[in-house]
Design a protein around this ligand. Structure first.
Ligand code: UDX
Length: 437
């Protein structure tokens, strides 16, 4: 069992802190946001993450998990301190590491015994070296604080399961002592533990996320070719996926990747590569394809409607993916912005993300059901593949829409069935020619 301080209670910090408590460690989650900490102390969680709230309650009750706004107190009560603060993108695409630097300073000031300071936030390679330099400058006497890297691979919506059943645990360390402490921390989790130097551990995170983003852009590029030649990208993905070296996952063509990680990590990786003298052309291509994909979907919608002005468009799904309320880099934001700029009326439905979208676009009509969003709509755009959308009563949808144009940005419906029902149906990478029978 280890005594842990988790600095930052966002999507990563809160899940990691709670699950480290779940596997037997004693964890203090710290955040400077007092309202967040009081919500957590009341047993409520400020984010939508399936399965997290009961774990927070259980571990708080068992005395393994607590919450505080004081980094200093929590550092002094711990032997391992995780940096789980946000690393938002800067205008130049690089990662803003000011929160990481501020956290490092606070820990350096507070540490009064040997402390392992572990990077949990996704940071560009060589950040560990910069943390070490900050510690050297700040430590009044012999520096007690050693640095390590332990990147996370959690997906929103399945974060608890991803933490407790990881494909691997990456530990970037500089000493056997640090390695032993990290192994002890994770001893109850059955997964390969890969021990590396700190730079390699930092690179594994950026390299993994960017590869996944590239894989998505690759299948989206294949989808565009399928539309031009009359092929079916779902079949192409299926055929590719049987090759174990490729694998079927993350080959779902759609409206492009969003979220708090892929866009940010791809631009940060391109930036840090430039800084160390490498022009990451293939990754720039993946980012460009992702932007193209969103404009391709809007172009399809526009061709179906001719103009957006005074048209009513229903959007089903706002979050960047199902099972989360997170809107960061959600393609729906680009779609709504364009539609409003061109004076369309926008109606929207999402099972959990509407409250957050209201802050961004108050003039959108938020509906309490997908049918309300479809009512009198000239077109319906599926932007997130929430399970409930694939079970819609399409006959009812057809009856209540003004014109029955559906742009299925996530390929949740069967094109032949949609055609038979009389919809003007567009999807991604499945040109009508592929369904003439
Ligand atoms: C991702 C990584 O998967 C995770 O390992 C890392 O720790 C954080 O970033 P997340 O962003 O939460 O996780 O979600 P993910 O399921 O990876 O989806 C990211 C985006 O890719 C979503 O917008 C999703 O819609 C899109 N996507 C995913 C596709 O368009 N096609 C796919 O086949 C898979």
């Amino acid at each position: 069992m280890k005594r842990v301080c988790m600095v930052g209670t966002g999507y990563v910090g809160l899940v990691t802190g709670t699950c480290l408590a779940e596997v037997g460690n004693k964890v203090i989650c710290v955040d400077k946001d007092e309202s967040k900490i009081s919500t957590l102390k009341a047993g409520k969680i400020p984010i939508y993450e399936p399965g997290l709230e009961p774990l927070v309650r259980k571990n708080s009750k068992a005395g393994r998990l607590s919450f505080s706004t004081s980094v200093a107190d929590a550092v002094r009560a711990s032997e391992i301190v995780f940096i789980a603060v946000n690393t938002p993108p800067q205008k130049d695409g690089g990662a803003d590491l000011s929160f990481v630097e501020a956290c490092t300073r606070e820990v350096a000031r507070a540490a009064n015994k040997y402390t392992l300071l572990v990077e949990k936030s996704t940071v560009p390679v060589k950040t560990g070296e910069r943390i070490r330099k900050t510690l050297e400058v700040l430590s009044q006497s012999k520096s007690f604080v050693e640095v390590a890297s332990n990147p996370e691979f959690l997906r929103e919506g399945t974060a608890v399961n991803d933490f407790l059943n990881p494909d691997r645990i990456i530990i970037g360390v500089q000493s056997k002592k640090a390695e032993a402490m990290m192994r002890d921390l994770y001893k109850k989790i059955k997964a390969p533990i890969i021990v590396t130097d700190i730079n390699s551990a930092e690179l594994i995170k950026h390299a993994s996320n960017s590869f996944l983003a590239m894989k998505i852009s690759y299948i989206n590029a294949i989808a565009q070719i399928c539309e031009k030649v009359g092929a079916d990208v779902e079949k192409v993905a299926e055929g590719m996926g049987y090759d174990k070296r490729i694998g079927r996952s993350f080959l779902n063509a759609g409206i492009g990747y969003g979220g708090s990680c892929f866009p940010k990590d791809v631009s940060a990786f391109i930036k840090i590569s430039e800084e160390v003298g490498y022009d990451f052309k293939i990754l720039k291509g993946a980012a460009a394809v992702n932007e193209d994909q969103k404009s391709h979907v809007l172009k399809t919608l526009k061709e179906a409607l001719w103009t957006f002005k005074d048209k009513t468009i229903g959007i089903l799904g706002l979050s960047f993916k199902p099972e989360t309320d997170d809107l960061r880099n959600a393609p729906a934001i680009d779609f709504i912005q364009t539609l409003l700029d061109e004076q369309a009326q926008v109606k929207a439905y999402d099972p959990v993300a509407m409250e957050k979208m209201k802050q961004l676009f108050p003039t959108v009509e938020y509906c309490d059901s997908p049918y309300k969003a479809a009512q009198k709509a000239d077109a319906l755009l599926i932007a997130t593949e929430w399970k409930e959308f694939s079970q819609l009563d399409l006959k009812r949808i057809k009856k209540i829409m003004n014109t029955n144009i559906i742009i299925d940005g996530r390929n949740i419906f069967d094109p032949t069935a949609m055609k038979k029902m009389g919809f003007t149906y567009h999807c991604i990478g499945r040109s009508p020619k592929a369904f003439e029978n």
